[in-house]
Ligand binder design. Structure first.
Ligand code: IPE
Ligand code: IPE
Ligand code: MG
Length: 239
């Protein structure tokens, strides 16, 4: 395998669990269960590859409008996943962080999230952000309110000051955003942070996403020129 240029921050929209299950004549729950296994494998692979920040879109604010039984299942799977993975996350040096309001989540999830975050707070090999109860627009409003509440002056409102108030404060913007399942949209994900992210869309449903696919996405990114407004010639000349 050629040497991969590893992005510092990968963000993933894990989509297609329901359709994966439907294709097999299984209940959606089975798709979510299989998706959990994919998430576990991708976390481990990212950490092995040296990715420093991995963000997984786990539950959007909009997902609350799904049938209550599905929402319950999703939180139950998350609770089981975290309980089971606590030790392994710690051993792998992975710090858990939540992007989203924890206090609006069911008690059992809240407890396990807080516990695992506490247990892994000194881990430095990789940060695993779970976007949970997450909405990009809501995050932007929340940051705005936080700045106003601080009494910040108009001149002090900079991109940096604003970014520091986002859930991702202190972390770099995602270099690569991956979405599985063939949907070509952001679904309210990391709206401020994605300004210069590269996008990678695949038709593969999340439960079928593999380490090979992850490496393919990273390799594709390596073949793109990120120009940040400059011309290709400027970059070729090292400017
Ligand atoms: C992603 O799979 C998981 C969550 C959004 C929680 P979906 O459940 O959205 O699967 P599809 O899109 O219905 O196939
Ligand atoms: C986005 O997937 C949210 C997560 C992956 C958690 P959805 O399946 O909810 O997105 P839409 O509603 O189809 O855009
Ligand atoms: Mg979906």
């Amino acid at each position: 395998m050629p040497e991969l240029n590893i992005p510092a921050h990968i963000a993933i929209i894990m989509d297609g669990n329901g359709r994966w299950a439907k294709q097999r004549g299984l209940p959606r729950t089975e798709g979510h269960k299989a998706g959990t296994e994919t998430a576990r494998a991708v976390v481990t692979r990212c950490r092995e590859l040296g990715v420093k920040h991995l963000t997984l879109y786990t539950f959007s604010k909009e997902n609350w409008s799904r049938p209550e039984s599905e929402v319950k299942t999703l939180f139950k799977l998350l609770t089981t996943f975290l309980t089971r993975e606590e030790k392994s996350l710690k051993e792998q040096g992975i710090r858990l962080k939540v992007l989203g309001e924890i206090d609006d989540m069911p008690m059992a999830v809240r407890q396990v999230l807080k516990h695992v975050m506490r247990q892994t707070k000194n881990c430095t090999d990789m940060t695993l952000n779970l976007a949970l109860n997450y909405s990009g627009r809501d995050e932007i409003l929340r940051a705005t309110k936080a700045l106003v509440a601080k009494g910040i002056s108009v001149d002090e409102i900079t991109e940096e000051a604003f970014a520091a108030e986002l859930w991702t404060g202190g972390q770099p913007d995602p270099d690569l955003i991956i979405r599985t399942s063939g949907e070509l949209r952001l679904s309210n994900y990391l709206l401020f942070q994605c300004a210069y992210s590269e996008f990678y869309f695949t038709d593969i449903f999340w439960p079928d996403f593999s380490s090979e696919e992850l490496e393919k996405a990273i390799a594709v990114l390596g073949n793109r020129q990120r120009r940040f407004g400059k011309t290709g010639d400027q970059l070729d000349n090292g400017e």
